[in-house]
Design a binder for this molecule. Sequence first.
Ligand SMILES: *[C@@H]1O[C@H](CO)[C@@H](O)[C@H](O)[C@H]1NC(C)=O
Ligand SMILES: *[C@@H]1O[C@H](CO)[C@@H](O)[C@H](O)[C@H]1NC(C)=O
Ligand SMILES: *[C@@H]1O[C@H](CO)[C@@H](O)[C@H](O)[C@H]1NC(C)=O
Length: 533
Amino acid sequence: MLGKNFQAFLLFSFFLYAVPCYSLPLKTQGRWLVDERTGERVKLHCANWPAHVFPMLAEGLDKQPLPFIASEIVKNNYNCIRFTFSIHMFTRYANLTIEESFDRLNLKKAKAGVIKHNPFVLKMTVPQAYEAVVDVLGSYGLMIDADNHISEPIWCCSNDDGNGFPNDPHFDPEEWIEGLKMVAQRFKGKTQLISIGLRNEPRGKNQNATLWFDHYIMEAAAQVHQANPDVLVIASGLNFATDLTYFKSHSLKSNFDNKLIFEGHSYSWGGKGNPWVDGSVNKACADKIGSLNNNLAFVTDGENAVPLFFSEFGIDRKQMPARDDRFLSCFSTWAAEKDLDWGLWALQGSYYLRENVTNMEEYFGVLEIDWDRVKNPEVERRLGLLKQTLLDPKSTAPLSYIMYHPQSGACVGEGMDGQIRAGNCKGLTRWTHNGHEGPLELRRTGLCLKAIGDGLPPILTPDCSQTTWKPISASKLHLASKDHKGEYLCLHLEPPFAGNIVTKKCICVGDDPTCKDNPTSQWFKLVETNIEN
Ligand SMILES: *[C@@H]1O[C@H](CO)[C@@H](O)[C@H](O)[C@H]1NC(C)=O
Ligand SMILES: *[C@@H]1O[C@H](CO)[C@@H](O)[C@H](O)[C@H]1NC(C)=O
Ligand SMILES: *[C@@H]1O[C@H](CO)[C@@H](O)[C@H](O)[C@H]1NC(C)=O
């Protein structure tokens, strides 16, 4: 049972924060997630928050009060949390209190922090504390995906951690399903818990697609669905959530009354070498998008489309290595184009204990190590467009384009002074274009974009027939127009992103694999939308 003060606090926080405009639960409708009652689309833009690691408590409760953390999530326009748990939290440690858990690991300083900022969790058991966080997040209007990250409460994931595939040394399939059922039952009726991720990132030498998708996923999903028919069930791709290609030649045995969705993950690493800095960046991006489509996102196409929740991607925002910077620009254009549901890795600024280090910083975290502010606000700006809904399956409005510059997170439109400018993506100018090669018109103005020279801002002209733009390079992310000499000029915007857009000589748009300059200042994506502003 929750304490009286805790209940009063929940009631209080409920009134302070806006209630979302959709109701829960959700269901699938083709490739979209929709409000089960109204059929309106609900887009997930989530952050991951681990509770599965050694102490089995949501990270950061030693640093800031839970309501403060929840309000930071809302303030930064995330509408949900992928909240990780380990199976043993429910099957083996269900009677362990948080205090005992911290004492067992001798985490004195972290325990003192929890006593200071969130004393109400101390005497709770591990499952009660997990539920308490779900309750508070729900009271802030946030949705929660309960993600089974791993079986043991340890840092995840490697090929040989024994938790990778059913019947690995620490992955008992019976205990796994038992644990999932406990979570499903526990949250029955609490509709803020929208989904249960059946298992994060299956991996390792024992992987077997038939066993995974036709046997284990079907069995786990059936049990969860029976215990709690409201929640979505999430099936991860193989090989660390990068591979759903089984469904190129097989179909789903059941979608559990329109409740089953897939999840996929991607980072700047994986594959051979470091293509983001060792070769052509346009090619690296084309290859990344090609494999994302081929291995994962194809499930969102066609008659039997299923939603793909892209529940992990992220970058090191503390050191901002070039490869992460470029990966993020590339990935953002793809996620915007597909208008995917997604979950960023990660919210947390620190861990109580990870890989034997106490108070370890998370460089990928939205929040600073003390959880008191955003670590890198520029990254939040870059994610801005992805936090908007761009496609509505019910909309009858015609499609138009938003011109998105992923390196800055800006969208391109007409400024007050009639100049072409990069600015806020909300309520901004829409463009029309034939998608291949043709005039780029400021929608419903009869005015078209025209390049007038290297280093000069493009102008708007009513003489549209004399203008033509085409997405070029392997990545198709350069918007280019030929000048009077027949040479391409590309739209270009560089840091500090304050000035006007200009056109410049295109960077590394040819086939030359030795061309290694960074072209991302010239990446502009025409992103389709049917949402009127
Ligand atoms: C927790 O305690 C209850 C009551 O004593 C017991 O029935 C249950 O098996 C215990 N659970 C675990 C996981 O130890
Ligand atoms: C995968 O599992 C199925 C079902 O048990 C089995 O028939 C098949 O041989 C396995 N595949 C591999 C590659 O081990
Ligand atoms: C953590 O410490 C244990 C025990 O000393 C050791 O076996 C293990 O390898 C260490 N793990 C890491 C990631 O350093």
